[in-house]
Design a binder for this molecule. Structure first.
Ligand SMILES: NC(=O)c1ccc[n+]([C@@H]2O[C@H](COP(=O)([O-])OP(=O)(O)OC[C@H]3O[C@@H](n4cnc5c(N)ncnc54)[C@H](O)[C@@H]3O)[C@@H](O)[C@H]2O)c1
Ligand SMILES: [Zn+2]
Length: 664
């Protein structure tokens, strides 16, 4: 593969992982794997500056702003952090700063693994809590954040105060939550971070109340307004104001001191009641911080050291395949059981054929595995020099392990698929998905029951769920099926017909349509018919849908079998519609806006803000333009706008307008 191709591949892969992580709160690879691929991408991009792309995952914060929450434009962007992975890189970081700042001091803090949050106070009262979102625009999640007991609703300071920090799920809460998920047959959360993010971005605040979250505050955003001069003073001042500040930090003067503290914390890490994935090193002096400035997505005055994952070696006994509901084949490693991070691991995901090939994993190999977060164990590499004898190269099977039909791997994709629609594995998986809590929520139709009813041939297709009542008498004769139980099962199935459109869309299991995408689609189209009639262009023009998902949706509805399924469900009386939700109108909603001239804020940021407020951005001025926003040195576009008498707005007025928009 050429390096150019590899860059392209990595960008695509990382974008996909980021969407799973930030938008669906459900990562499919560990953070370490993600970081490793990101480092590879950054190194390749440095080598090939001609392939620079501002949209590369290395250059921007990938995040999303969900419907259902008010959008808020951050007064100052919420940034990510650059990463370092070893002592040398810390020395480089310190040396770089020492070149520009004489005798710098650094504050070294824990890097909490949660989600970043901004809190605003005015006149001594809590105003709102906002997520990082895509860095420029976040979500107002005040209702959920207020459920965190340690957050003050009143503070002594009457002037405006913005603090930023991390909302996280304590280890204890996380354990309890996953235990509960398990008893309820709900999917487990991959790690406390995803659990915290999923909780905060849930529209139901009762959930946040039940799942105990906490927070630490580490930035006093407008500290300089109060004459505060350093990060350390900021931490003290926040504590004085009643914010929960972690006392475990250290002021260091050299890379050596920083490294010593990091080593200390690494050894204490597992005993902490909260998860940390590294340590953050920040230049102490605020004025010096400001003078160093920021890069595309991170400040230059700080960096995050990431802890290496805990790793052990064991033997790879076998590689087995499992079939998902979309027919996607996942190879799994069968391992000689071994203890990692406190639990016994005997299986790990191998993701796909390329990963097995890249790492040259062979059955019988001694492999290094790590368990990242709490759930996803991963095979890092095989130890080639520990092969006692020649081992056979692994060949990916050609046939589905369940129905034995030929597997398909599409051009440019990493995964294999069983495309036999009658594959029993796919049918059972798709029914389990359909009946699950976030889809049709058929309470008494759990995994085990579906498998059993499938084995007895009552459930051969999705449709059969709604035909199950025809077998009532037969069911009553089966062991374990009481009158009461069967009545409840059938009643649950009947009730499921009323579920919201988004649940049904999600339940159908259209490739790439997760719960969030389903919600976006339902909100946009309001009915199954409208969605089915939409063109690929229409679909891909929707924010967060994108061309690949659009293609997959179109392909799904093109299948005759799927059309028949929908018709059947309609006849059965399933809800296929949704009422329009009133969306808050802004001054910019549905206006065709053109930006011109040099803006003080980055142009992309201005665009993102306008888009988030419902504006329609255009590149050139015409009679159809509703508004032109201009910065300094605006030229021909501004002249043309004047000529056509199109309303004008300076950048300054624009900033006032968005502020005004935020307030009401
Ligand atoms: N597994 C996956 O599929 C996947 C996908 C995308 C991202 N990720 C993970 O997320 C990381 C990128 O996320 P990111 O952009 O949030 O960057 P980051 O987590 O590397 O660092 C930035 C964040 O650190 C947090 N933070 C915690 N303690 C802090 C402190 N004391 N001071 C300042 N900030 C502190 C803040 O929330 C800040 O936004 C990746 O490196 C990877 O580990 C994983
Ligand atoms: Zn199959």
């Amino acid at each position: 593969m050429t390096e150019e191709k590899r860059i392209e591949q990595l960008r695509k892969q990382l974008e996909k992982y980021a969407i799973e992580y930030y938008i669906n709160d459900a990562p499919s690879v560990s953070d370490q794997e993600y970081d490793r691929l990101m480092q590879e991408l950054i190194a390749l991009e440095e080598k090939h500056p001609e392939l620079y792309d501002p949209n590369s995952p290395s250059q921007r914060i990938i995040g999303s702003v969900l419907k259902g929450f008010e959008k808020v434009v951050h007064a100052q962007r919420m940034l990510s952090l650059s990463n370092v992975f070893n002592k040398e890189e810390i020395e480089d970081f310190v040396a770089r700063i020492q070149k520009q700042v004489p005798n710098p001091e650094f504050v070294v803090e824990c890097k909490y693994d949660g989600l970043a949050m901004s809190l605003l106070y005015e006149h001594g009262r809590f105003v709102r809590a906002v997520t990082r979102g895509d860095g420029s625009v976040g979500e107002d999640v005040s209702n959920n954040v207020k459920m965190i007991q340690s957050i003050p609703l009143y503070i002594e300071e009457k002037g405006p105060v913005e603090v930023r920090g991390e909302v996280y799920m304590p280890k204890k809460s996380f354990e309890l939550l996953n235990e509960l998920q398990e008893t309820l047959h709900l999917p487990l959360f991959a790690n406390p971070r995803n659990a915290a993010a999923g909780t905060i971005r849930n529209l139901d605040s009762n959930i946040a109340k039940k799942r105990k979250l906490d927070a630490y505050w580490y930035y006093f955003q407008n500290a300089m307004d109060y004459g505060i001069k350093s990060q350390q003073e900021s931490l003290e001042a926040m504590k004085q104001l009643g914010f929960r500040v972690n006392e475990t930090y250290r002021v260091c003067k050299s890379a050596e001191e920083i490294w010593t503290f990091i080593q200390e914390m690494a050894s204490k890490r597992s005993a902490l009641p909260y998860e940390i994935d590294g340590m953050v090193i920040k230049l102490n002096d605020l004025a010096a911080q400001r003078s160093l400035g920021i890069t595309a997505k991170a400040p230059r005055y700080a960096t995050a050291y990431k802890f290496p994952a805990e790793e052990v070696t064991t033997r790879l006994l076998d590689i087995t395949l499992s079939v998902g509901r979309t027919g996607r084949i996942t190879p799994n490693a069968v391992l000689e059981p071994v203890r990692v991070a406190g639990t016994l691991v005997s299986a790990a995901t191998l993701h796909n054929e390329d990963m097995i090939r890249q790492k040259d994993l062979r059955i019988g190999d001694i492999v290094v595995i790590h368990k990242a977060g709490d759930i996803i164990p991963e095979v890092v590499e095989s130890l080639k020099d520990r092969r006692e004898k020649e081992l056979e190269e692994y060949k990916f099977p050609k046939h589905c392990p369940v129905c034995h039909s030929k597997l398909v791997r599409l051009e440019g994709e990493a995964e294999h698929f069983c495309i036999n629609p009658d594959c029993p594995a796919r049918i059972v998986e798709s029914m389990i998905h359909f009946a699950s809590r976030e889809a049709m929520d058929i309470d008494s139709l759990g995994d085990k029951k579906i498998i059993q009813l499938h084995d007895w041939h009552y459930l051969n297709t999705l449709e059969d769920i709604y035909r199950l009542h025809q077998h009532k008498e037969e069911l009553l004769e089966r062991k374990g099926y009481s009158q009461k139980g069967v009545d409840k099962l059938l009643a649950n199935i009947e009730e499921s017909k009323k579920r919201p459109l988004a649940n049904l869309l999600f339940g159908l299991g259209i490739r790439l349509v997760g719960k969030k995408a389903a919600t976006i689609l339902a909100d946009h189209f309001l009915s199954m018919d409208n969605l089915m009639a939409a063109s690929e262009e229409e679909l891909s023009a929707i924010k967060f849908i994108g061309p690949i998902t659009a293609q997959s949706i179109k392909a799904y509805f093109k299948e005759k079998e799927n059309q028949e399924l929908i018709d059947f469900l309609k006849r059965e009386g399933l809800n296929m519609e949704q009422e329009e939700r009133v969306q808050k109108e802004s001054f910019f909603t549905a206006k065709k806006v053109v930006l011109t001239g040099k803006l003080a804020m980055p142009r992309n940021e201005a665009k993102a803000i306008l888009e988030s407020l419902g504006a329609d951005l255009a590149g050139s001025v015409s009679k159809k333009t509703d508004l032109v926003i201009y910065g300094e040195d605006a030229g021909s576009k501004l002249a043309k706008a004047r000529e056509l008498e199109i309303p004008l707005m300076s950048e300054e007025q624009f900033l006032k307008e968005i502020e005004h928009d935020e307030k009401d």
